[in-house]
Design a protein around this ligand. Structure first.
Ligand code: N01
Length: 547
């Protein structure tokens, strides 16, 4: 690689450190990008992260009960290093947050990543200079740095959604958002607690809080489907088998949407109603995501099948929750799986406890917070601690918070006022040499995030090599390519039931956010496309000579 590392170049005021690449974020995506660009490509790289250490979402989301809610832990880790796979011991199928964080810390140690990461530093601005073909970033301490390439690995689930109910700032007790959980332990012992939000985080935190709180009020806006996680210890022999088969498993993950599991080939029409019920029962017992991926074909596209599974899960909720009135309030009505599927560890059982009450906010909306509690239309609920499990301004939110200024100083907020236009979920017209990892329109959460980041970073390498081979200074996608990409991502989503739900996938959880499906649903096709674009010499991009 001929890309040269300058050390510092003088400007009018003070010397600004200059790198080949600046990476924002030290979670799964940013850490891999740092390792790849620095160690595989020999570039000079500086990373920044607002957190005090590595881990990204796993550093922030340390609420009680937080754990991987995906099929199986060994596949929720990096895939690129056999040595790493061989040496790491995942204790459970659905690892707890502290185990995932320990893994990420181990990766940072093993590849000596921390020395090039500046922690406790938020990047507050990023501007492209057309003359120098460099990006300049500014941090919250006023420091600046510049680089040819800007890699934004700033998290699909980072910007916390904090509802601004009347009076919430007057509430005198503690307020904790699950996505910004304190590092010191939070005790619920003897406290009256309210949780707003019943998505993945709410469903994980509720059973844990209920164990020690004096009283817990769950304030629910939308009832959810949740499948039993059936978390279990991972036997050493099982891990050994994975290690032995790793290269095939990795190839299979790439081909099969991020997980090395075959999906069901059973057509629902080939089976009687009773046979299908038997199969749902089997999937329920197996737990995890099996119901979605292994029951029958067409769970996300076949309305009748989807409704049958929805009803099956509702029947399980009814059978679990003792009080029929509470069970009624917990009945989801949107199509199964079209909001992020939730894996639960005793969530519905929690409503059988004497110290837990459910408030249906659709019937009894929140009117206001007071100093001592929350008032809904059915009365006042006195509380000491409020937990907001209200999710995130997902996928697009962190890019908009950064709000990079591209060609002509155009802020991303202006460009993305109505749609999150980009090409391949990674590049934006008007923002040369900027790359997003897990951006809108990429597979992101619909694939395994660590492997997705590895594959996207490999594509960034092909871009940089292409520029270098031809002595080019910048590359930039076109608006036409963005329109085509939008049509492809939206077209795939529209062939499914996903757009029927008011989910964060659709941007529907944030008031005023444009409604747009935020992820590419076919990971294998997406990564094939990245390869094709690179092999074809980046047909949807324009280039400038290096200045
Ligand atoms: O957030 P969510 P999350 N008033 O947006 C409700 C990943 N994750 O943090 O459904 C009242 O899913 C909102 O109601 P509604 C995973 O990808 C992974 O739980 O919009 N309620 C909903 O119930 C997940 O999907 C792990 O009507 C309000 C809840 O708050 C993603 O993170 C663990 C409200 C938010 O649910 C986000 O999950 C946890 C308001 N104003 C999360 N605003 C793993 O273990 C929102 N709500 C890997």
């Amino acid at each position: 690689m001929v890309i040269t590392s300058e050390t510092a170049h003088a400007t009018s005021d003070k010397a600004i450190a200059t790198y080949d690449a600046i990476i924002i974020g030290a979670g799964f995506g940013g850490l891999y990008a740092l390792h790849h660009l620095r160690d595989q490509m020999g570039l000079s790289v500086r990373s920044f992260d607002g957190a005090s250490d590595v881990g990204g979402t796993w550093w922030y989301n340390r609420y009680p009960g937080a754990r991987v809610d995906a099929p199986s832990s060994p596949f929720y880790g990096y895939t690129f290093s056999q040595e790493l796979v061989d040496e790491w011991v995942w204790p459970e199928t659905q690892s707890k947050q502290s185990d995932v964080l320990a893994y990420i810390e181990h990766v940072a140690d093993k590849f000596d990543l921390r020395k090039d990461i500046q922690f406790d530093t938020f990047v507050t601005d990023a501007r492209y200079d057309e003359d120098t073909q460099h990006w300049t970033i500014e941090t919250d301490s006023g420091e600046r740095a510049t680089a040819r390439f800007l890699v934004c690995a700033i998290g699909a689930l980072f910007v916390a959604n904090k509802p601004d109910y009347p009076g919430i700032d007057d509430f005198a007790g503690d307020i904790h958002h699950t996505g910004r959980w304190p590092h010191e332990p939070v005790s619920f012992e003897g406290k009256r607690v309210a949780v707003i939000g019943t998505g993945s985080s709410g469903v994980q935190v509720v059973p844990e809080i209920a164990k020690t709180a004096d009283h817990l009020t769950v304030l629910q806006r939308t009832p959810q489907y949740a499948l039993p996680a059936r978390n279990k210890p991972l036997a050493e022999e099982e891990l050994d088998q994975y290690r032995k088969d790793w290269s095939e498993l990795r190839a299979s993950m790439r081909k099969r949407g991020g997980w090395p599991f075959r999906t069901s080939k059973l057509a629902p029409a080939d089976h009687t109603f009773d046979e299908r019920q038997e199969r749902y029962e089997e999937m329920w017992e197996r737990g995890g995501m099996h119901m979605a991926i292994n029951s029958f074909t067409g769970v996300y596209t076949d309305e009748d099948l989807n409704e049958e599974i929805s009803e099956f899960v509702r029947s399980k909720i009814r059978a679990t929750v003792n009080d029929p009135e509470t069970a009624d309030k917990l009945m989801p009505s949107y199509p199964f799986g079209t909001k992020r599927l939730i894996l639960d560890n005793g969530y519905f059982e929690t409503f059988n406890r004497d110290n837990v009450a459910l408030v249906d906010l659709r019937e009894n909306p929140i009117e206001e917070f007071t100093k001592t509690g929350v008032r809904t239309t059915d009365g006042e609920h006195p509380i000491d601690i409020l937990v907001l499990a209200t999710g995130f301004d997902a996928v697009s939110g962190s890019m908009l918070k950064l709000n990079p200024k591209g060609r002509g100083g155009v802020p991303l907020k202006e460009k993305w006022a109505e749609r999150f236009d980009n090409n391949l979920g990674m590049t934006i017209a008007g923002y040369p040499n900027l790359f997003m990892i897990h951006g809108p329109g990429s597979p992101g959460v619909f694939f395994t995030m660590p492997l997705g980041a590895e594959l996207q970073t490999a594509w960034i390498e092909s871009c940089l090599r292409h520029l270098d081979d031809a002595n080019l200074g910048s590359m930039e996608t076109t608006e036409e390519a963005e329109a085509n990409w939008d049509a492809e991502v939206t077209g795939i989503a529209n062939r499914t039931l996903y757009p029927r739900a008011d989910s964060w996938y659709m941007g529907a959880n944030i008031p005023g956010k444009p409604r747009q499906f935020l992820g590419h649903l076919i990971g294998s096709r997406y990564f094939d496309r990245l390869t094709e674009v690179a092999e074809a010499g980046f047909p949807d991009f324009t280039f400038e000579d290096r200045r």
